[in-house]
Design a protein around this ligand. Structure first.
Ligand code: FDA
Length: 411
């Protein structure tokens, strides 16, 4: 029966990086994945160009860019493998990249370059990979001083033994490319608690009647300020908003969706850079244009038209509008309030919030506190990043911490 130092379940970002790092440190590593294609999420990420990290990550206050019951848990790993460390690898691999927006780094050509980098590193480190390979029962072996194996895995390609088992199965998002709940089931089997999961970085939907006035706006995009929650729980982002057929998407919505709770309202300022009350008063004093045309100076034309159709008082020439109507229009634009009926679910979510509780893991090594030789890394853990490369950075950093611990034999 084949026996390994480390078996890693999941050939995604975290699994491949951990495999390469552990292999480079002399460990005998096997990676298993039930999908036929490797690292599918990297391939589709960042619009096919993979936003592989974010320069703005501040490891001293990582909780800023991460969610979870204890976002501080991520600090240890993130400070030991930083965005610059991954940038160095990308540069050594000769991959051209660029910064797009707010510290987000993308490959110039293709996400395949990042996959190639990981696969080359695995090959050089002698990592074995069985794929596609379904995984069945996993059992812990009774440990004896002479035995080097602590786990036995029944797989479609036979039974394997391993001293260490690393679970890198990711979250539940996009099941059609391989996402499954296996990681959570393994955690439960070994008595680790799971923080309830929900879709994150996901478009939001609205009930048919609420959405009717905006249904014709699909494709319209504009920069907004968006907020949800109250007082200490409030969260706000300045990002682009995109109207879709069924609701709202774009970076502003994806970011806020991770903080939005069912039943809560969203508060949107459609013109965050403008004092719209003053601008409308100025227009009234100097123009005879129809209000939709006045608004079209600052908003996409289709949105200006649809917005003014909501009230007969907003359709005439601006100089004939009452101050009250203009004030109401200004308020509606700067304090648009609407309550989503739900999210587009895991089928459209970029990430899964929740997962294996950090309370049950060592922040140094990612090893289960109650189960020697069992590790959880990447998105399967209850650590979720903001949009913008923070999720891959967590995958790299948690994988690196795990590989370091495996090699040091601290595990
Ligand atoms: P990942 O999901 O990458 O890998 C898990 C692996 O486990 C998969 O290969 C899967 O097949 C395997 N697996 C699952 N169940 C299994 C089972 N039962 N048996 C065997 N194998 C199993 N993040 C970011 O930082 N920048 C970005 O640009 C993007 N863009 C983006 C776009 C889209 C459309 C999505 C869906 C997601 C992103 N993300 C992102 C998020 C990012 O892709 C995600 O956080 C990481 O891929 C997580 O890495 P993991 O290795 O933890 O899981």
């Amino acid at each position: 029966m084949p026996c390994f130092d480390v078996v890693i379940v999941g050939a995604g970002a975290a699994g491949l990086f951990c495999a390469a790092q552990a292999g480079q440190r002399g460990l005998k590593v096997l990676v298993l994945d039930h999908a036929s294609r490797v690292a599918e999420k990297i391939r589709i990420s960042g619009g096919g160009r993979c936003n592989f990290t974010n320069r703005h990550l501040d490891v001293r206050s990582s909780h800023q860019h991460y969610l979870g019951q204890n976002p501080q848990f991520a600090r240890s790993a993130l400070s030991r493998f930083t965005p610059q460390d991954f940038i160095d690898l990308v540069q050594q691999g000769g991959i051209a990249f660029h910064e797009k927006h707010k510290g987000q780094l993308f490959a110039d050509h293709s996400a395949q370059d990042i996959i190639g980098l990981l696969l080359d590193a695995c090959a050089q480190a002698g990592v074995q990979r069985w794929q596609p390979c379904a995984i069945g029962a996993i059992t812990a072996e009774a440990s004896t001083p002479s035995s080097s194996s602590r786990y036995r895995l029944h797989t479609a390609q036979g039974v394997v033994q391993t001293h260490n088992l690393v679970v890198a199965t990711g979250g539940l998002s996009i099941p059609k490319i391989g996402a499954s709940d296996l990681g959570y089931r393994i955690a439960k089997q070994f008595g680790l608690p799971i923080v309830p999961t929900r879709p994150g970085l996901v478009p939001l939907r609205f009930a048919g009647d609420d959405w009717a006035p905006y249904a014709s706006l699909a494709g319209v995009a504009l920069p907004v300020r968006i907020r949800t929650g109250e007082k200490k729980q409030a969260m706000a982002f300045d990002e682009d908003l995109l109207f879709t057929h069924r609701g709202l998407s774009g970076p502003a919505i994806l970011q806020i969706s991770s903080y939005w709770q069912p039943g809560q309202a969203l508060h949107i300022d459609l013109l965050p850079q403008l004092d719209i009350s003053a601008a409308l008063q100025e227009a009234k004093a100097s123009s005879k244009k129809l209000l939709p045309n006045v608004l079209a100076q600052w908003l996409p034309g289709r949105l200006a038209d649809a917005w003014c159709q909501q009230d007969a008082a907003w359709q005439g020439p601006v100089n004939q509008c009452s101050d009250k109507a203009l004030a109401q229009l200004a308020q509606s634009l700067s304090r648009w309030q609407l309550t989503p009926s739900g999210t587009e679910g895991y089928a459209k979510a970029e990430v899964t919030i929740g997962g294996v509780s950090t309370q049950a893991l060592s922040q140094q090594s990612m090893e289960a506190k109650n189960q020697p030789g069992l590790f959880f890394i990447g998105e399967v853990v209850d650590i979720t990043g903001w949009l913008g490369g923070f999720n891959f950075q967590w995958a790299w950093a948690s994988a690196y911490a795990c590989a370091q611990a495996l090699a040091a034999g601290r595990a």
